[in-house]
Design a protein around this ligand. Structure first.
Ligand SMILES: Cc1ncc(C[n+]2csc(CCOP(=O)(O)OP(=O)(O)O)c2C)c(N)n1
Length: 571
């Protein structure tokens, strides 16, 4: 059949099972926008800034098994997507971004709103295209989705000149085939490596699993659990691996790394075998590499061969999809117990109770997180920004439902919390979504409150209002003698702000009012902002300063353990 390029794009999106797109229009993408009403199956959510379109698509993709889609115009529209693309690439999130480009004959002339988007986004996408021939549109969109969601997922950008969107082409969906001879993700583990890994597991006295985002991406929850239970191996979950293993399980040891649970880091330090599953040994996990897991052999399962030996030397690598590899491995792993080892970790938990919240009358941010957990009975998707509140959300809410924690891990993007929560609620409309926000990060994308109100997207925002860029203030306190340069700032009245956006707003200044306000917010149908006036100079503990090791770990001061000797070892 004969269609315009724009119609081919819409037809192709529908064939990829897309039902919602996030975007903001402009001249170069107008032909596509003017075509959208012909396809009511494609719901469009108009954001107020393109960065939010990318983060919303990202949040949507993380809580569904779908690819998130965002759309922007040429030039500034496309460049506004860059942070969102980089964020999705770092955290392996399947996304397709469609951008308008100036007409073909204007390319290279510094035309109005012309930017070399392919060039700009090359390092922040898994792959990108500039479609110069309308007859290649259908295949390109099909390839973009295939690349975005297979292998190690990531964002793919398709840049389409305005006249390519307007031109009439032949479209026969049956004839559209992908043509990617060089792209063949390796999906199953090599049998000899599986045997070698099973042997290491059988020999280990102190094995520990490090479960990452790959477990969630691959939906390998049951397989992970089977491995852990069969061989009685304690499980640590990285920041992005949170919710891949239920935190109420006896073998759960929590999060490792810079702000990980002390006992998780101690367990890694003492382990004789690390089984790293779909994680990439980020520096926030390892600290100083030479001191990381000094006694351990390493089994590393990852779909991306580039991750093997990148940061940590691997004894047995297994390249493949986590679910497949674990299924293969579980067949060869024999039942075992590690009673002494599990007891040793239990003892470390008692000696280093990192999850304890100080009992006092202060409005502590940790307490707010714990109350959110209790009030929701753990039945909520938690979305966060980046900073102290993010770490407290990771530490003090106990995640038991797969895919219930959405956070910007690799890029650490403040401002993620508002649009990603919007996207998550669109993706899982029947789930409660709480966005735990920094007062700094919230103000980076709060314009999206208008989008949220317009579509009545029922997200509950908990702003941790400490009047500071809290995480940076903490570094200034620890490493720069409390020299608070430019971390303190003025905040608007968030309750009035909520009212300005026709939303419900509450302010909480006392610990005793936390729970009832959370319940009121949940009872209200529609979006709510709760402004928690939390302790302004509370610190996140434990902390392993950047570039150091578990030996230099700082734990919360308590009787008999005073804080001493803060060194600036940061890199
Ligand atoms: C876009 C962006 N800019 C700067 C930073 C550096 N940074 C990391 S944490 C942080 C402070 C975050 O403050 P806030 O959002 O209020 O959260 P809090 O740490 O107080 O919980 C900053 C500025 C960042 N991560 N992202």
């Amino acid at each position: 059949m004969k269609l315009t390029g724009a119609q081919v794009v819409c037809e192709s999106l529908i064939r990829e099972d897309v039902d919602v797109v996030f975007g903001l229009l402009g001249g170069a993408i107008l032909p596509l926008y003017q075509t959208l009403p012909q396809y009511p199956q494609l719901k469009h959510i108009l954001v107020r800034h393109e960065q939010a379109a990318a983060h919303a698509a990202d949040g949507y993709a993380r809580v569904t098994d779908k690819v998130g889609v965002c759309i922007a115009t040429s030039g500034p529209g496309a460049t506004n997507l860059v942070t969102g693309l980089a964020n999705a690439l770092m955290d392996s999130v399947p996304m397709v971004a469609i951008t308008g480009q100036v007409p073909r004959k204007a390319i290279g002339k510094d035309a109005f709103q012309e930017t070399d988007v392919q060039g700009v986004t090359l390092p922040v996408t898994k792959h990108n295209y500039l479609v110069m021939d309308p007859s290649e549109l259908a295949r390109t969109i099909k390839e973009a989705f295939h690349i975005a969601k297979t292998g190690r997922p990531g964002p793919v950008l398709v840049d389409i000149p305005k006249d390519v969107q307007q031109e009439i082409v032949d479209y026969n969906p049956e004839d559209v085939a992908i043509d990617l001879p060089g792209y063949k993700p390796h999906l199953t583990g090599h049998p000899s490596q599986i045997r070698a890994a099973a042997k290491l597991i059988a020999e280990a006295k102190k094995p520990i699993i490090l479960a990452g985002h790959g477990v969630i991406i691959s939906s390998a929850y049951a397989e992970l659990r089977e491995l852990a239970e069969k061989a009685q191996i304690p499980v640590i979950t990285t920041l992005l691996g949170i919710s891949s293993f239920p935190e109420d399980h006896v073998l759960s040891v929590g999060m490792p790394g810079m702000h990980g649970m002390a006992y998780a880091n101690i367990a890694i330090d003492r382990a004789d075998l690390l089984i790293a599953i779909g994680m990439r040994f980020d520096d926030r996990v390892t600290g100083r590499i030479s001191d990381f897991a000094p006694r351990a052999k390493v089994i590393h399962i990852d779909i991306d061969p580039a991750e093997i030996d990148k940061n940590v030397k691997t004894t047995v690598p297994m390249v493949g999809d986590v679910k497949n590899v674990l299924t293969q491995l579980n067949r060869q792993v024999t039942s075992k117990t590690h009673v002494e080892w599990v007891r040793e970790i239990e003892q470390a938990k008692k000696e280093h109770p990192s999850h304890l919240i100080p009992e006092n009358n202060k409005l502590l941010p940790q307490y707010v997180v714990r109350q959110l957990w209790e009030a929701t009975k753990g039945n909520s998707i938690i979305v966060t920004g980046v900073g102290q509140h993010q770490m407290w959300a990771a530490q003090h809410f106990f995640y038991t439902k797969p895919g219930s924690f959405v956070t910007s891990g690799g890029l650490g993007t403040m401002g993620f919390e508002v649009p990603a929560a919007l996207g998550a609620k669109v993706g899982r409309p029947h789930d409660t979504v709480w966005s735990i926000c920094g007062d700094g990060g919230f103000q980076m994308t709060l314009q999206e409150l208008a989008t949220i109100r317009e579509h009545n997207i029922d997200v509950k925002f908990a702003i941790f209002n400490n009047g500071f860029h809290g995480m940076v203030r903490q570094w200034q306190e620890f490493f720069y003698k409390k020299d608070y340069v430019e971390t303190r700032f003025f905040n608007p009245d968030f309750v009035k702000l909520a009212e300005a956006y026709d939303m419900k707003g509450f302010r909480v200044t006392e610990r005793s009012k936390v729970r009832e306000t959370i319940e009121k917010a949940m009872a209200h149908k529609g979006p709510v902002i709760v402004d928690f006036a939390v302790e302004s100079e509370e610190n996140v503990y434990p902390m392993i300063p950047a570039g150091t090791s578990v030996k230099e770990m700082l734990e919360a001061p308590m009787p008999g353990r005073e804080l001493v000797d803060h060194k600036d070892a940061s890199t």
